[in-house]
Design a protein around this ligand. Sequence first.
Ligand code: FEO
Length: 389
Amino acid sequence: MKPTEIKKGIYWVGAIDAELRNFHGYLTQRGSTYNAYLIVDEKITLIDTVKRSCFDEMITRIKEIVDPAKIDYIVSNHVEMDHSGCLPKMCQLAPGAIVITSPNGEKGLRQHYNQNWNFKVVNSGDTVNIGQRNLSFVLTPMVHWPDSMVTYIPEEKLLLSNDAFGQHIASKERFDDQYDLEIIKSEAAKYYANIVLLFGAQVKKALDALSSLEIDIIAPSHGLIWRKHINNIIGLYKKWSNNETEEKAVIIYDTMWHSTEKIANFIKNAFQSKSIDAKVFSLQSTHISDIMAHLLSAKYICVGSPTLNNGLLPTVAAFTTYMQGLTPKNRNALSFGSYGWGGQSIKQIDQILSNCGFKTAEAIKIQYVPDENKLKEVCDDRIKNIISL
Ligand code: FEO
């Protein structure tokens, strides 16, 4: 449980949560880290804390460097409890510490912990001198909570970005050049798709606010620290926040007796015959948070369900509710399904896709078991349709 020095006198003192598999409904197959940072200067400063259950790990690392009682400032960039969970204990151990946070941060921390800590409320552009360094703050509201902010240290060209640019990866490595870049990028995409996607407009504002900063290191509050591929991740955030997509299709379905599954596979073949990359995801075997990661950059979204009790299969209803909340934009969509007599599910999916603001192609609705020759024809036709929208 050694700390890691990320810049001279600045240490990662976070915690590795390798067993984490569920982060409020998000499947975290690789676990996560909660990254807290300790700055040893004339004023000793802790940037964020960790989840309450990980206190021992964080405090062991801090004690390797300083007596926690000597901490002067604790910056709370974000109220969510994976980062503020140890504030109560830290404020007990460092009773003289001043808690620096945004206006909404103060409100949120009071509502979470009901403590009258010694708060210093900061706004964008405010700075706090800690000796050789200055802490400069940029509020980033709704990226992804109202209280969110980032801390920048100009003397170090170090951006402590909290959730932004994070990834749920538990690893002993701390930096992006020590770990498989493709995995980091795919986990950053999954993180964005499931946590940040809804807030694209606010991300764009935050990127604008950060664009004038010289940055050597982006130290997020989850996963690997960016020092080699900074332009790469900033470029991805620009693309994702603009809802830029690629010529790719995701086909999401559940099935009762394999008929809707058959339609899904024929849709995939129809896309592929047009040289469009297409992936099929069964909701029986793929978690909705993994599907969102694929959907992040896909232009075409096809959703299928048979009709059960005049509606959708519950798995499809859960997925569409989740997707609708995350508000992907600029997509072309298609609903499909097999049915016995009512066929309401297909109409309901079509309505949901329209409510998402997607352009929709004519649905594929097939009674009972599809005839393969006819199915191929219908799918070829609808794929021509969806591409031309
Ligand atoms: Fe990592 Fe929004 O908490």
